[in-house]
Write a protein that binds this ligand. Sequence first.
Ligand SMILES: Nc1ncnc2c1ncn2[C@@H]1O[C@H](COP(=O)(O)OP(=O)(O)OP(=O)(O)O)[C@@H](O)[C@H]1O
Length: 260
Amino acid sequence: MKHDDAVLTATGLSISYDGRAVVHSVDVALTEGAFTVILGPNASGKSTVLRSLARVHKRDDGDIVFDGKSLDAYGSKELARRLGLLPQDAVSPEGMRVADLISRGRHPHHSAVQRWTTEDDEATRAAMAATGTTALAQRFVDQLSGGQRQRVWVALLLAQQTDVMLLDEPTTFLDIAYQFELLDLLRDLNRGGKTVVAVLHDLNQAARYADQLILMKDGEVVATGSPSELLTAERVHDVFGIEAVVVDDPVTGTPMVVRR
Ligand SMILES: Nc1ncnc2c1ncn2[C@@H]1O[C@H](COP(=O)(O)OP(=O)(O)OP(=O)(O)O)[C@@H](O)[C@H]1O
């Protein structure tokens, strides 16, 4: 699969767990500088694809090319400086304070002998400010609410300062205000040049924020395109099995899916 404006492409990507195939020869092209949202029903393979794109999960087959070079050719620190993943099931080490967890986002930027620098300070401070976690700095991560913890994980990813950010259901646990705040933040980062890829479940949020949607079902990519191209009543029915009408969002004009 060749896309001149893609920063990360996967071709013929197949992935399994313990011999059970769950992703079947999919092609994915993530446009550089775009905000891409992966949508699909539960168990359709979204997280598995995302983890594989971040080289966290091994693929059985397929080529992944990141910025002109095979993903496999990157050293782990080199890759972590350029591409970051917020997993769906991030678990923090027990007894760790928020500031310490977020500072881990700076590790890929350090050599074996390098000390903490003012740049590291600046990156972590900015990440905490952007995610509203500054006041939580000395709290233990395992004693936070689900939403607070989620914002801490996002802060870690921000502190990592990668060109490409992959986020698996980043709005989980967040109240509606924080959901939009986080999506606004991701959009700002995206407009500042970062390539953002997020798995979301809310079709209308996806339609508002995404330049590009990747629609998955049963371990396959069923369609890729802009929200207005993709979100039709017929496709929503085919992929999610619900009867809906698609109208224009009265605020943004993007497609808005309303269940009948
Ligand atoms: N660690 C694992 N071991 C075995 N099977 C797994 C594992 N993780 C996921 N699977 C299976 O792989 C398939 C795809 O799962 P995946 O988590 O990628 O889907 P998803 O689209 O992200 O789902 P959801 O919206 O529920 O998060 C599912 O059938 C799931 O049961």
